[in-house]
Design a protein around this ligand. Sequence first.
Ligand code: ADP
Ligand code: ZN
Ligand code: ZN
Length: 733
Amino acid sequence: MPEQQILRVAVPAPLYHCFDYLPPADVDIERLVPGVRLRVPFGRGERCAVLLEVVTTAEMDGRRLKRALAVLDATPLFTPSDLSLLNWAAGYYQHPIGEVVANALPVRLRKGEAPVSVLQKTWSLTPCGRLQDPSALRRAPKQAELLALLQVSPGQRLTQEQLQQCGTYRQTLQVLQQKGWIESGGGMPEAAPRPSPSASPPLNTDQQHAVNAVELGQFGTYLLDGVTGSGKTEVYLALVERVLASGRQALVLVPEIGLTPQLIRRFERRLGMGLAILHSGLAEGERERAWHLARLGQASVVLGTRSALLTPMPRLGLIVVDEEHDLSFKQQDGFRYSARDLAVIRAQRSDCPAMLGSATPSLETLQNARSGRYQHLHLTRRAGDAQPARMDLLDIRSVRLEAGLSPLLIQMLRQTLDAGNQALLFINRRGYAPIMTCHACGWVAQCRRCDARLTLHAASRLLWCHHCGSQRRQDDKCPECGDTDLRTLGQGTERVEEVLANWFPDVGIARIDRDTTRRKGSLDQLLNGIRNGKYSLLLGTQMLAKGHHFPNVTLVGILDVDQGLFGADFRAAERMAQLIVQVAGRAGRAEKPGRVLIQTRHPDHPMMQRLVRQGYAAFASDMLEEREAAAFPPFSYQALLRAEAPQESAPREFLEQAYALAETLSTGQVELWGPVPAPMERRAGRFRAHLLLQADQRVELQRLLARWVNQLATLKSARRVRWSIDVDPQEMF
Ligand code: ADP
Ligand code: ZN
Ligand code: ZN
């Protein structure tokens, strides 16, 4: 009797184990390859699951196994190595394997739908077209270019999309088709032809050194530590070109906001065809097609945000994580993985290098570089002739501010604009004002569902909670006493824009925050307007601080970052410094020298002084000392158990039971802190609390978590809360 085949599958469900099924009836055994999707009965319904392995003994008694209903894919979507990475991640981040695997799939595939077709309209040379000499078409350069391009392409065939990326017009295609030199068809895009290296600027010595230091074809992690504008992106591009030349693929991750059309175009221009873009702004079908092209090895470069890390790539030869310090690499709900950390693990398993780049590396990464685990590469100068910006603190303790701006800053703005340059103001808050209050009785507009104030958005006349998203119409009179003397305190971007428009009526102002960029394409429009000089005064939130290149900005004003000096979170100062340096990095990126003014009420604070006088590296070095003395990460390892519920007592009860359970399992190597209420205890109508675990050794923490987490669900009090575990948490709420 042949041995029984049992399918071990990952079913998307909040359960920490795999499930066993019998093969579907009448299925060809050959089709049961790990990585294909299966439709399986689950509970009272059906789920789309992924086959992990085929085994011969079930974990349960074989006769009770249910039969899978169908195999959904002809070929596996994941390779065994992809599955093993996902399995590792599920274990490390203590997240159910089924949900981790589902997370790695494009949305439609998660739902069990058939994969989108990757076949595309293609253009190829006809026998007659092959005989034409492009140089004979001197008077039609576009046609000559197209002809030449097709002649050197593998198979003498390219997709319409590839051709368009290379600047071919539809019209040119039509003309050549009429001449009978090219014909259209449908098919797989061919592997992309090599990009022409002519487009790259000659690298400077630092850049060259960084490129040469990276050993392709083997695992190694590199920290590319380079001030803003030092040409990190050129280093990535040079490495990507080398990887492509060796026939392998490259994966480039950028932060959520960093994936601007500007950056995409830069990559397209340099790498030409074979680039797949993956981010959440794409239509589902488009995104899935790019995913398949990468998976099939047809796309040689994947450029994307966090989730692109999990894209299957059969010939992976390099992973780049740009702005590695950025918080958006850590998923903050569900499967709470860090794409940066997982990138290093993936590179290790793929025998390829990982490069983490930043002007303000995270302390975790810096410590890894110090200990020699990562190779530290420096770009010390700005590329070209650009000079570093001069940074100064502006003491606002005894100064009358107008809309948050000191008279000196206003004067500097005027000088900058009069000289025909651009100025940028950073404000950490959107909306009009963070506080709306009644002058008669002292009432303050509060969110009904959160321990938070409502922010006034004047243009839409709404009071908006930035924590739960609830909104209501702005009050005309005080809901408490009926008085009409309602006033605002503080300012957000909207208010600053209003006063700037009064002071500088003839100046174009670009406000960049989540409110002004909600519409698709609006950010691109604003950025274009900044580049072509339509706007001279730029103001905005973090969105403005990231990755952009504004050659004519010579003055940067930073309004309120003081809270970073005293934040409750031990990472607050690190984040403040990163923000300041990143915003400052927008100034003076071309020939013109830049100036940065930081308004502060604590000009003598040693941290501020250190950052402004000696720079980020010196500041980070101080911070690492502090962290080491306090035994905080990166000198220890943490996990956070969060719980929330509509009843005030429920999270605490659950966390106390969880605490007791951990104590019974612990070997004493893991410290438990809490439970404590979250910094904002009530959010969206739920009370929140957490328990922090910390250990000197990662393995100790992992050992406890592995035994603890799957027992948490069995606690009685777990039923009354929503709980989640966050390994290597980045934020304490
Ligand atoms: P980063 O990624 O470090 O912020 P970029 O790679 O965007 O820096 O480079 C900043 C600017 O300097 C860009 O306009 C880029 O084209 C230019 N640049 C980079 N490297 C060189 C070089 N070797 N020679 C001339 N210009 C360069
Ligand atoms: Zn009142
Ligand atoms: Zn709220």
